[in-house]
Ligand binder design. Structure first.
Ligand code: GLU
Length: 450
C-alpha cells in the first residue's frame, strides 16, 4: 500500500461506492486497480487531470433484460439476462457469459472491469465486456438448457456482432451452451459470423480454445516459478473447481511433470495423493456434463478421500491454484497457506482471493499472480479464434498453442517489468494493473472525450 496517496485512494473509492451502492464485488475489483493506478497516475502526469479512472469505472453501456422460458414441466420460468459493455477503447467488447445463481449486476460489472485490463494485457485488440444470467445449469435437462439459451439470445442478438461485441463462455457456459446460443444467433440474423468464441470445431471454433485458460495459467505459473529458481516439475498442487479451467490446468500440470492432488465442488473437495491423471482427467468432463455440480462422485469412483464442506487450501502442498469463483479464498485460507509454507498462489479464476487474502500472501512475500494476468490465455485464444474467423481458416493446434505460449510469456515479461519492487519481490498485481492500464488509457486519451 502506497501511504502517500492513501487519502486520494479512499476518496476515489468513496466516490465509486456512492455511485454504485450495493455492489461489493465491483467495488473490490475497483479497489485492487485504484490502489495501484492512483499512485501511477500521480507519477505520470500525462494521465493526470483527465478523469481517466473515473471514466474507466463507468461501463460504456449496461443492458439488462427479461429471459422467460418454459421448463420441462410446462411451467414458465423467468430469469434475468445482462450484458455489460465496459470499454471499447482498444477493440470490440469481448468477454464471457456466465450462467450461475450468483450472477447479478455487481458481479458482472466486476468481471467486465477486470476483463478490460486482462484483454489489454493479451496485446490483442479486444475491449472489455461480460454478461450472463442468474440461470443455473444445475439440475436442468439438456432441453431446458437449450430453451433457456435460445431465449437469452433472442434478446442479446440485437446488441452484439463480430465487430461490436463478441461474447464467449464462462462459468456455466461451455461448448454445449455456446452451440445453442450460436444456433439462435445465426437463425435470427441469417448470417454465419464469428460473433461468439469457444465455438465447436466444426463451426468456426479454434483448436486449443477449451484448454487455453488452464494452459495459459500453467505457462504463466512456470515462467513466474522459473524466475525464482523453481518449476512446476515435481510440485504438488492444490486446485479448486472441476470445470473447464481446472481441466486445462490439470492437463498442462501433468504435461510439465507436476501433480494436481485436489479438486473441489460446492459440496467439498477430494484429495487424490496419486494425482488427477489418465482417465480421471476425462472423468472431470463427464462430471461437468452431468449438470449435478458436485465432486463427491470422483471420490467414490476412484476410492479417494472426500472432505465435505471443506476447501482444498488446508492441504500441505507446494502451490495453490484457485480455479472456481470469486472470493473462494479468504484471509483464513491465506494464513493457512503461509503456515503450510507454500510457494504461492496463482489465480486461475477471476478474483478468487479476497482483498485481505492478497495482502497476507504478498506481505509474506509468497508468489501471488492475479487472474487478470494468469488466466488471460482463454480470452487470448478467443482473440485468435476471431482472427481465424476473419481469415476464414483454421490454424493447427500447434500454431495456436505456440501463439498462446508467446502471449503468456509476453504477459509475464510485461507484468514483471512493472511489478519489480526495490527488494526484488515481484508484485504481479501492480505489474498487471499498470501494464493493462497503459494501453487502454493511451487509447482513451487519443480518442478524446467520448
Ligand atoms: N470468460 C473468460 C474470461 O474470464 C473468457 C472470455 C472470452 O474468451 O471472451 O476471460
Amino acid at each position: 500500500m502506497n501511504n502517500k496517496y492513501q487519502s486520494e485512494i479512499e476518496d476515489f473509492l468513496a466516490y465509486v461506492s456512492a455511485r454504485n451502492p450495493n455492489e461489493p464485488e465491483f467495488l473490490s475489483a475497483v479497489r485492487e486497480v485504484a490502489e495501484v493506478i492512483i499512485p501511477f497516475i500521480n507519477e505520470n502526469p500525462k494521465y493526470k487531470g483527465k478523469k481517466i479512472l473515473e471514466r474507466m469505472v463507468e461501463p460504456e453501456r449496461v443492458i439488462m433484460f427479461r429471459v422467460p422460458w418454459v421448463d420441462d414441466k410446462g411451467e414458465i420460468q423467468v430469469n434475468r439476462g445482462y450484458r455489460v459493455e465496459f470499454n471499447s477503447a482498444i477493440g470490440p467488447y469481448k468477454g464471457g457469459l456466465r450462467f450461475h445463481s450468483t450472477v447479478n449486476l455487481s458481479v458482472l460489472k466486476f468481471l467486465g472491469f477486470e476483463q478490460t485490463f486482462k484483454n489489454s494485457l493479451t496485446s490483442l485488440p479486444m475491449g472489455g465486456g461480460k454478461g450472463g444470467s442468474d440461470f443455473s445449469v444445475r439440475g436442468k435437462s439438456d432441453a431446458e438448457i437449450m430453451r433457456f439459451s435460445q431465449a437469452f439470445m433472442q434478446e442479446l442478438f440485437r446488441h452484439i456482432g463480430p465487430n461490436t461485441d463478441v461474447p464467449a463462455g464462462d462459468i456455466g457456459v461451455g461448448g454445449r451452451e455456446l452451440g445453442y446460443l450460436f444456433g439462435m444467433y445465426k437463425k435470427l440474423r441469417n448470417e454465419f459470423t464469428g460473433v461468439l468464441t469457444g465455438k465447436g470445431l466444426a463451426w468456426g471454433g479454434s483448436l486449443i480454445r477449451p484448454e487455453a485458460t488452464g494452459y495459459g495459467v500453467v505457462y504463466f505459473a512456470e515462467a513466474a516459478l522459473n524466475n525464482i529458481g523453481k518449476s512446476i516439475k515435481g510440485l504438488r498442487i492444490a486446485i479448486s473447481g472441476f470445470g473447464n479451467v481446472s481441466w486445462g490446468v490439470v492437463k498442462k500440470v501433468n504435461d510439465l511433470g507436476g501433480k494436481v492432488v485436489t479438486l473441489s465442488g460446492p459440496d467439498g473437495y477430494i484429495y487424490d495423493p496419486d494425482g488427477v491423471t489418465g482417465q480421471k482427467v476425462d472423468y472431470m468432463l463427464r462430471l461437468r456434463a452431468s449438470n449435478r455440480d458436485i465432486i463427491e462422485p470422483y471420490a467414490e469412483k476412484f476410492g479417494v478421500k472426500f472432505f465435505p464442506g471443506k476447501k482444498p487450501w488446508e492441504q500441505k502442498v507446494d502451490l495453490a491454484i484457485p480455479c472456481a469463483i470469486q472470493n473462494e479464498f479468504d484471509e483464513e485460507d491465506a494464513r493457512q497457506v503461509v503456515a503450510n509454507g507454500l510457494i504461492g498462489v496463482v489465480e486461475a479464476a477471476n478474483m478468487p482471493l479476497t482483498h485481505r487474502a492478497i495482502e497476507i500472501i504478498q506481505e509474506n512475500r509468497l508468489l501471488y499472480v492475479p487472474g487478470k494476468a494468469a488466466n488471460a490465455g482463454g480470452v487470448a485464444v478467443s482473440g485468435l479464434e476471431m482472427t481465424q474467423n476473419a481469415m476464414h481458416l483454421q490454424w493447427t493446434a500447434k500454431e495456436v498453442d505456440d501463439y498462446l505460449k508467446r502471449i503468456m510469456h509476453n504477459i509475464h515479461e510485461n507484468t514483471y517489468k512493472y511489478g519489480k519492487l526495490p527488494d526484488g519481490y515481484i508484485d504481479y498485481k501492480k505489474g498487471a494493473n499498470i501494464a493493462g492500464f497503459i494501453k487502454v488509457a493511451d487509447a482513451m486519451l487519443d480518442q478524446g472525450v467520448v
